[in-house]
Design a binder for this molecule. Structure first.
Ligand SMILES: Cc1cc2nc3c(=O)[nH]c(=O)nc-3n(C[C@H](O)[C@H](O)[C@H](O)COP(=O)(O)OP(=O)(O)OC[C@H]3O[C@@H](n4cnc5c(N)ncnc54)[C@H](O)[C@@H]3O)c2cc1C
Length: 461
């Protein structure tokens, strides 16, 4: 293995290679708890595509696994190192290469943070919609590889809807360019969409061309408070049924609100069992009408209070509270964050069943999520030093996924499978689809060096 390190040393500039165990320690984990992580042989801090190619070629020749990493904010262990692997970190490839206002696209390296890219295009009157709550500390490469969602996806869709084309380093070190820069294009198989969401198992993204939209009008934001979370869920179903086009529809329950108050020193109302946040970016009278419709629907379905934010700054503060929710819950104990997405017609039922699981197992579950998408993040909070609680927490985490599947949902709406949900993937998609996954993986990565064991477990490969 020292041979592999020697080859990396020869192929890369000194600043692009880390072998010091203390420095490598921070490259071992993403933010998922309870996922195994190994110690890498080396970390490559790629500055350009050629560095990625060189490292992949050396790894392929030696049969050493490669783990691509963005900003390690993932919640499924997908970016976790494996013992003896080469971590290829894309965090130093952090330049926006071009913004084209007329053709409405941005060309970017993968290490650019989502918020940095969003602000850069906003300066030119443009809008990049995918906005994970982690946007200040996650990279575009990670967003592409997990097909991230976010707050405004209820109106504008998720990452894959904005990817025009990619530059990808394949498992043998060759560079593949996929897609186009035009509005339309159907030349060949859609290899762009195949790579998006593949969690670093099919190739390493070194450049992306992303579609943009014109900036929207200033949003109007409102909050609605409910006596029960199930009533809030019913109101969401009615809002969706009404056809009103909101740019954001989020939910936080009392546990989550209290955690945010404590963490952010805010003063959100804790007397209600749940709060909905809704936003319309339709502008002018249309935006005012959207907010009025939502307030009426909420009142008709049990809201005890509806409040509209006085100005965009107050609206932004409410969004900040929502974005901080997972980190706030993390301060209360150890957390296991679920990411189940159910059909929106089943949302109220799902919320009721989550509460049932929490009561039955006598464990705290914070209920929050991108309610307008049906994508919930029920977060189990527990004391990991108490083995009995830890056992019940795991049961609750699994039971929530089971219930989601029973309602026709999916085990992951946006965080990905990684190592956390590998066994659940087979449960959801079945043996034939697992075989097809393995066939695609073998076609693109016959030596199984790219992020092995992530998404689909290794057996049978
Ligand atoms: C508090 C909090 C809130 C969050 N909120 C959201 C949310 O609202 N929506 C959402 O979707 N996610 C959310 N996440 C999860 C996470 O931020 C996203 O999954 C994000 O896209 C990961 O980006 P990253 O740069 O950190 O990637 P990493 O965690 O480093 O990697 C994620 C995966 O992508 C692969 N990868 C990374 N870069 C590349 C590349 N260039 N080429 C190939 N593979 C690559 C890795 O191998 C791994 O499989 C949240 C996380 C936290 C901690």
């Amino acid at each position: 293995m020292s041979d592999v390190v020697d080859q990396l040393r020869q192929a890369l500039p000194p600043e692009a290679l880390v072998t010091d165990p203390d420095r490598m320690e921070s490259f071992r984990y993403d933010r998922a708890m309870f996922c195994p992580a190994g110690m890498p042989l080396a970390v490559v801090l790629a500055r350009e595509t050629a560095h990625v190619q060189a490292a992949v070629r050396i790894a392929a020749e030696a049969g050493v696994p490669v783990v691509p990493q963005g900003a390690r904010s993932g919640l499924s262990g997908a970016a976790n190192a494996l013992d003896g692997c080469i971590v290829i970190s894309l965090e130093k490839m952090d330049r926006i290469l071009a913004i084209e206002p007329v053709d409405r696209y941005v060309v970017t390296q993968p290490g650019v943070f989502n918020a940095v890219l969003s602000r850069a295009v906003a300066e030119q009157g443009l809008f990049y919609p995918p906005d994970p709550s982690s946007w200040e500390f996650c990279s575009i490469g990670g967003n592409l590889s997990t097909n991230s969602g976010g707050l405004c996806c209820v109106k504008y869709g998720v990452t894959t809807d904005y990817v025009l084309g990619l530059e990808v380093v394949l498992a043998d070190g060759r560079v593949m360019r996929t897609g186009r820069r035009t509005v339309k294009g159907v030349a060949g198989y859609d290899l762009t969409k195949l790579i998006v969401g593949s969690e670093g198992t099919l190739g390493i993204i070194t450049e992306a061309t992303l579609a943009l939209r014109p900036q929207t009008a200033r949003p109007r934001t409102m909050a609605a408070l409910f006596d029960t979370s199930v009533a809030a869920g019913q109101a969401i179903t009615e809002i969706i049924r009404s056809g009103v086009s909101l740019s954001l529809l989020e939910i936080m329950d009392r546990t989550t609100i209290a955690a945010v108050n404590q963490y952010k020193r805010m003063d959100l109302p804790t007397e209600a069992a749940a709060m909905l946040l809704a936003q319309s970016d339709a502008g002018g009278e249309a935006g005012a009408a959207d907010v009025a419709t939502v307030a009426k629907l909420c009142r008709d379905h049990g809201a005890i209070e509806c409040i509209e934010a006085e100005d965009p700054a107050e609206g932004e503060l409410l969004l900040e509270a929502r974005r901080a929710a997972l980190i706030a819950l993390d301060q209360l104990g150890t957390t296991m964050i679920d990411d189940v997405c159910v059909p929106r017609s089943r949302l109220a039922e799902f919320i009721g069943l989550i509460e049932g699981v929490a009561t039955e197992l006598d464990i705290t579950v914070g209920v929050l999520g991108h309610a307008g998408d049906g994508n919930m993040h029920p977060t189990v909070v527990f004391d990991a030093t108490d083995p009995d609680q830890a056992e019940r927490a795991q049961q609750a985490f699994d039971r929530i996924m089971e219930v989601g599947l029973e309602l026709g949902g999916t085990i992951t709406g946006e965080h990905g499978v990684g190592v956390l949900k590998r066994t659940w993937l087979a449960e959801e998609i079945g043996p034939v689809a697992i075989d097809v996954h393995r066939a695609i993986k073998t076609a693109l990565d016959p030596k199984n060096i790219l992020n092995p064991g992530k998404v689909v477990a290794d057996e049978g490969l």
